[in-house]
Design a protein around this ligand. Structure first.
Ligand code: ATP
Length: 130
């Protein structure tokens, strides 16, 4: 099964043959094996785990977008996505603090926007830790 993760700027990840993809889609956690039923789902900021074989697993952060599953091909169209090595940890920590402060002060903020920013920052930090 082929996997492609693309953003408006670039192809972040592309593999011709992956064993399994695990992520969190709209209806909950999902594990995708070859020959999965076709599916389209929106994605919140999350981590995509890619099992290449029984030993090797890679992780990619996606900031939200869409997941398209076909029997032999999975495509993720993301607003932004990064490999763990590409993440600026200090920037993510600062974004997390900013979002937390906004949510705590509550006044005149767009809570949904702040919660999504917090989710992005927390998942960016998490993908660099594991
Ligand atoms: P910030 O408030 O720090 O900009 P953000 O969550 O609002 O964070 P995004 O809108 O998700 O940022 O991303 C904007 C661009 O910056 C994308 O190209 C994304 O890949 C990149 N980016 C954002 N945060 C980081 C980070 N911590 N490390 C590396 N690249 C990042």
């Amino acid at each position: 099964m082929r996997l492609e993760i693309v953003t408006p700027e670039r192809t972040v990840y592309e593999k011709e043959e992956v064993q399994m993809i695990i992520t969190h889609a709209a209806k909950g956690d999902i594990g995708i094996l070859p020959n999965h039923a076709p599916l389209i789902s929106p994605l919140d900021p999350t981590i995509v785990r890619v099992k290449l074989n029984d030993q090797l697993e890679e992780k990619i952060f996606v900031s939200g977008g869409f997941l398209e599953v076909r029997p032999d091909q999975v495509t993720i169209l993301a607003e932004a996505a990064e490999l763990p090595s590409e993440i600026d940890v200090e920037r993510a920590k600062a974004a997390k603090e900013r979002a937390e402060k906004r949510l705590k002060n509550k006044e005149k903020i767009d809570a949904v926007r702040a919660e999504l920013a917090l989710k992005r920052a927390m998942n960016r930090l998490k993908v660099t830790e594991i």
